[in-house]
Design a protein around this ligand. Structure first.
Ligand SMILES: Cc1cc2nc3c(=O)[nH]c(=O)nc-3n(C[C@H](O)[C@H](O)[C@H](O)COP(=O)(O)OP(=O)(O)OC[C@H]3O[C@@H](n4cnc5c(N)ncnc54)[C@H](O)[C@@H]3O)c2cc1C
Length: 446
């Protein structure tokens, strides 16, 4: 007889998990799926193209009513689970209880709202779901000014979307350069120029002090230096927190997220968890790739098979049309680390590879990201790159020693000058995709 499986949260992680489960163990579970949002699973990462007017909501739905019906899922959408009674093995939905044999918690994250004066005014929103996206689309239809607090991935996608819909947009970022968790300062500067070129104002090292209102609606953001930025809508995109309230109330072990073992089981053997709400081996999550790995493992655990989740490297791309950027791995400076840098300011291209010993451990690219998947594979596989080090920065097209091999150019030049930072470097003039460029191969240890 089928066991009763209750899933809390119809987001990206649980959607993928259910696909694995139904594919590999059809009929093993009778599933009840709760979702606080009044709809089933859609591709949340594609909300930015919806905001930018490049896609419609219908195009980003991943599981429609027909899919749930075909799988026999009882959908309780638009209904929040308010409590879990572990002793009775029952979850309390807003419209009534449901018993479970196994429970999966996949409640995702909650956007962090800075508790500054005025944060609860109308027109102050986060960027997490379709409601937020529609609120921005509605505000943009009325025109005027928007302020986005946060120069990370979400903030910049919100800013670009609002700009494309005709608003005057200012991004306020507390750090010295944009997307500082993914980009180094040089790539951050190129990104800033690209956004400014399309008319988005960017203020870095800017501290927000208060949100000012009129008749209960946002009117401006006040900065600590006294400046006031008038706005009709203010988007706060300053980070997320794992959504663990329900698990905490139920007495499950939680740190920053709901703590799970390698099989994604919580401290209660009948309760499993995955997605942005969990903490595994001290890590919490904010990108979708690791959640898809978790989905596979959790489905296997539910089928009674041994499986273990392992944290892997993640990469980031910004979904702003015309801004090609890629970042993966670790690009912080440190003892024993070296970098290889390629700059072509004229064409807005910047690439930086970070090496530790014979391995590539990080990569940051702006303007030309065509080889990003190849570099990402080298990072994930911890490949030994010593044999191709001299030409590594030029990508996979130069690893076969063909006629355009830049090693010819390297060999023709003397190991020369000492760079501005005191490090010996070889300067190569070479024809590169996209035009004439200069590359600096830095060979000294930092
Ligand atoms: C605009 C945007 C762009 C993004 N772009 C990228 C990108 O380019 N690349 C990338 O890797 N990642 C991106 N992300 C992050 C990615 O979307 C998340 O990592 C992913 O959606 C998390 O999946 P999840 O299933 O853990 O949580 P979610 O997808 O958030 O799903 C959780 C669901 O649980 C529901 N829920 C919560 N509490 C309850 C409750 N008590 N009862 C019932 N239901 C509940 C919520 O309503 C929600 O629907 C982006 C996110 C956003 C918002």
């Amino acid at each position: 007889m089928a066991q009763r499986l209750v899933v809390i949260g119809a987001g990206m992680a649980s959607g993928r998990m259910l696909e694995h489960l139904f594919d590999e163990a059809p009929g093993a579970y009778e599933v009840t799926l709760f979702n606080a949002e009044p709809r089933g699973n859609y591709n949340r990462i594609m909300l930015s193209p919806v905001l930018a007017g490049e896609k419609t909501y219908e195009e980003i739905v991943t599981h429609d009513d027909a899919w749930y019906e075909a799988q026999g899922v009882t959908c309780r959408f638009g209904e929040k689970v308010t409590a879990i009674d572990r002793a009775a093995k029952v979850v309390m939905g807003e419209n009534g209880p449901v018993s479970y044999d196994k429970l999966v918690i996949a409640t995702g994250s909650t956007p962090f709202i800075i508790p500054m004066p005025g944060h609860d005014l109308k027109g102050v929103i986060a960027y997490r779901d379709l409601e937020d996206t529609n609120a921005m689309i509605g505000a943009a239809a009325r025109g005027g000014k928007a302020v986005v607090i946060g120069g990370g991935l979400l903030g910049l996608e919100a800013a670009a979307g609002l700009k494309m819909r005709g608003m005057d947009v200012t991004v306020v970022h507390i750090m010295g350069h944009l997307m500082e968790r993914q980009l180094d300062p040089a790539a951050g500067a190129l990104l800033r120029h690209a956004l400014e070129d399309r008319g988005i104002e960017v203020l870095c090292e800017a501290q927000s002090e208060a949100i000012l209102g009129e008749d209960g609606h946002v009117r401006a953001l006040k900065l600590r230096d006294g400046r006031e930025l008038p706005c009709e809508i203010l988007v706060m995109a300053v980070g997320i927190r794992p959504n663990i309230a329900l698990a905490q109330q139920a007495g499950l072990a939680c740190g920053r997220g709901i703590q799970v073992d390698d099989a994604l089981v919580t401290c209660d053997p009948d309760i499993l968890a995955l997605g942005e709400c969990i903490e595994h081996d001290g890590h919490i999550f904010g990108l979708v790739a690791p959640l898809y790995d978790q989905a596979k493992v959790l489905a296997a655990t539910l089928r009674g098979e041994a499986a273990a989740y392992v944290t892997r490297e993640v990469s980031t791309k910004l979904k702003v049309t015309g801004c090609d950027l890629f970042s993966a791995g670790d690009f912080a400076e440190g003892p024993g680390r070296e970098d290889i840098v390629f700059r072509d300011p004229g064409h807005g291209i910047y690439k930086r590879l970070i090496l530790e010993g014979e391995r590539l451990i990080g990569a940051v690219m702006y303007g030309d990201t065509i080889d990003s998947n190849w570099f990402f594979s080298l990072i994930k596989e911890r490949a030994d790159i010593s044999a191709m080090r001299d030409t590594l920065i030029f990508g996979p097209g130069f690893q076969g020693g063909d006629t355009a091999d830049p090693r010819v150019a390297v060999a023709a030049l003397p190991r020369s000058a000492v760079g501005g930072d005191g490090l010996p470097q070889t300067q190569i003039a070479t024809a590169a995709p996209g035009g004439f460029a200069q590359a600096f191969l830095r060979s000294a240890q930092r």
